[in-house]
Design a protein around this ligand. Structure first.
Ligand SMILES: NC(=O)c1ccc[n+]([C@@H]2O[C@H](COP(=O)([O-])OP(=O)(O)OC[C@H]3O[C@@H](n4cnc5c(N)ncnc54)[C@H](O)[C@@H]3O)[C@@H](O)[C@H]2O)c1
Ligand SMILES: O=C(O)CC[C@@H](O)C(=O)O
Length: 386
C-alpha cells in the first residue's frame, strides 16, 4: 500500500485516481508522496520515505526545491492546468481596474432605502465612478508562459495593443502567441510605454521585487498594474506612495498583504486565480497521474527539479537513481550492477542542470545491499528498486 499525504484541499476527481493501492489522508506519518497546493512547506521536516511532492498548480515557491533535490525528492507541478482560470480573472481585473465597478457597486448599496429618489441619486453620483475603456490601450505582459500567452492573445482580441516580454520564451509559447503581439526588447519597454501592465512570472530570487521603486518611476502616470503571480514580485512599500499620488491609478492583486487591504484603488482578491472547478480538477488529475507514475514506475514528467524521463516497463525490476550530474557516474552504476551479477536490459539517463536521473531495467531481483552500494556513491542522493 502506497501512502500519500494531502496538505490542501485537492479535487476528488484527481485523488480518486490514486486507486485501491493507495492510502490517502490529510494526516499521516511517513508518506511516499505529498499532494499540495499553496501550503507553505519550507519549515516542514521532509520524511525519509518521501519520494515525491506533486504541486497541483504552477507556482512552487512554497516548496523547498533545493532541499528536495539534495534528498532525491522529485517535485512536480502541473504546467498550464490552471492557466485559463487565471486568464479569465486577469481579464475581469482589466475591466475592474478601469471602470471602478467594485466601488460603484458598494456606493449603489448605500442608496438602499432612498425610495423613488434612487434613480435621481444614481444619475447624480455616477460621475465619481467613470473610467476608461481598454480598447486601443497598451497592455504590457511580463512573462509569456502558460498564463501570459493566454492573457496576451485574449487582450489582443479585445482590441488592446499588446506588448510581451519574456527573455526565456519557450518554443511552445512562441507557437501559441498571436503574431499581433509586439515583442518588447526589455522590461523597460513595457514599463515606459504601457497603460496596463500584468505580471506572469514565477517568484524566485531573481524576480522578487521585480516591480519596485525604480520600475514604478519608469511607468506612465495613471498606469494600472495587475499582479496575479505572487505578492513579493511587487514591492508594496514602493507601490503605496505611487497609489497615493495617483501615479499608479489602480493595482489589482491576487496576493494582498495587510498594508494593501482597504487602500483606495487597490483591488485585493483572495488568491482566486485558480479557484474554478475546471482548474482544480485539471490540476488534481495531472498532479496525481504524475505522482503515481513516479511512485510506481519511476518515470518523471513535469518536474521542476529533475529531468523529464520515461521508459516503458519490460523487465523484472527497475532501479531508479537520482544523482548529481557529474562525469563517470553512470559507469559506476553499471560496474556495481556487473559485480552483483545483474544484467542490465535497458537503461536511460537524463540530466538537467546540476541534477540527473538514471533508470536501469534489469532481469534480476535487486538486493538491499546493491541499493545501499549505489546510494553510497558520492553523486547519488537516492536509489530505489521497483
Ligand atoms: N493567482 C493564481 O492562482 C495563480 C495560478 C497559477 C499561477 N500563478 C502564478 O503565475 C506564475 C506564472 O504561471 P504560468 O503557468 O504562466 O507559468 P509558466 O512557467 O508557464 O510561465 C512563466 C513564464 O515567465 C517567464 N519568466 C521567468 N522569469 C522572467 C522574467 N524575469 N521576466 C520575464 N519573464 C520571465 C518564463 O520564461 C515563463 O515563460 C506562476 O509561477 C505562479 O506564481 C498564480
Ligand atoms: O492552488 C491554488 O489555489 C492556487 C495555485 C496558484 O497559485 C498556482 O501557482 O498555480
Amino acid at each position: 500500500m502506497h501512502k500519500v499525504l494531502c496538505l490542501n484541499k485537492i479535487s476528488p476527481i484527481g485523488t480518486d485516481r490514486l486507486g485501491a493501492e493507495y492510502e490517502f489522508s490529510t494526516d499521516m506519518q511517513n508518506p511516499e508522496g505529498i499532494l499540495v497546493r499553496s501550503a507553505a512547506m519550507h519549515d516542514m521536516e521532509l520524511p525519509a520515505e518521501l519520494l515525491a511532492i506533486a504541486r497541483a498548480g504552477a507556482g512552487v515557491n512554497n516548496i523547498p526545491i533545493a532541499k528536495c533535490s539534495e534528498a532525491g525528492i522529485v517535485v512536480f507541478n502541473t504546467p498550464g492546468a490552471n492557466a485559463n482560470a487565471v486568464k479569465e480573472l486577469v481579464l475581469a481585473a482589466l475591466f475592474m481596474t478601469s471602470r471602478k465597478i467594485i466601488p460603484a457597486i458598494e456606493w449603489a448599496k448605500t442608496l438602499k432605502g432612498s425610495g423613488k429618489e434612487v434613480s435621481k441619486l444614481v444619475e447624480k453620483g455616477k460621475s465619481a465612478f467613470a473610467g476608461p475603456e481598454i480598447l486601443g490601450k497598451k497592455l504590457g505582459v511580463i512573462g509569456l508562459g502558460a498564463i501570459g500567452v493566454l492573457v496576451a492573445n485574449a487582450a489582443q482580441t479585445l482590441g488592446m495593443q499588446v506588448y510581451g516580454f519574456d527573455p526565456f520564451l519557450s518554443v511552445d509559447a512562441a507557437w501559441n502567441l498571436s503574431s499581433s503581439i509586439t515583442k518588447a526588447a526589455s522590461i523597460d519597454d513595457i514599463l515606459t510605454n504601457c497603460d496596463y501592465i500584468t505580471i506572469h512570472v514565477p517568484l524566485n530570487d531573481s524576480t522578487r521585487g521585480l516591480i519596485g521603486g525604480d520600475a514604478l518611476a519608469k511607468t506612465k502616470p495613471g498606469v494600472r498594474l495587475l499582479n496575479f503571480s505572487r505578492g513579493e514580485l511587487v514591492d508594496t512599500a514602493a507601490l503605496l506612495p505611487a497609489l497615493e499620488s495617483g501615479h499608479v491609478a489602480a493595482y489589482a492583486t491576487d496576493f494582498p498583504d495587510d498594508a494593501l487591504i482597504g487602500v483606495e484603488n487597490v483591488l485585493a482578491i483572495p488568491h482566486l486565480g485558480a479557484s474554478t472547478p475546471e482548474s482544480e480538477d485539471n490540476c488534481a488529475m495531472m498532479a496525481v497521474d504524475q505522482l503515481k507514475d513516479y511512485i510506481e514506475n519511476g518515470n518523471i514528467k513535469n518536474s521542476v527539479n529533475f529531468p523529464a524521463i520515461s521508459m516503458p516497463r519490460d523487465a523484472q525490476t527497475r532501479i531508479c537513481i537520482a544523482h548529481r550530474n557529474i562525469p563517470n557516474t553512470i559507469g559506476s552504476f553499471t560496474a556495481l550492477c556487473g559485480a552483483a551479477g545483474i544484467n542490465i536490459e535497458n537503461m536511460l539517463s537524463k540530466s538537467r542542470g546540476d541534477w540527473a536521473y538514471t533508470i536501469l531495467d534489469v532481469s534480476n531481483d535487486v538486493t538491499p545491499d546493491l541499493l545501499a552500494e549505489l546510494e553510497a556513491l558520492d553523486p547519488v542522493v537516492r536509489a530505489r528498486a521497483i
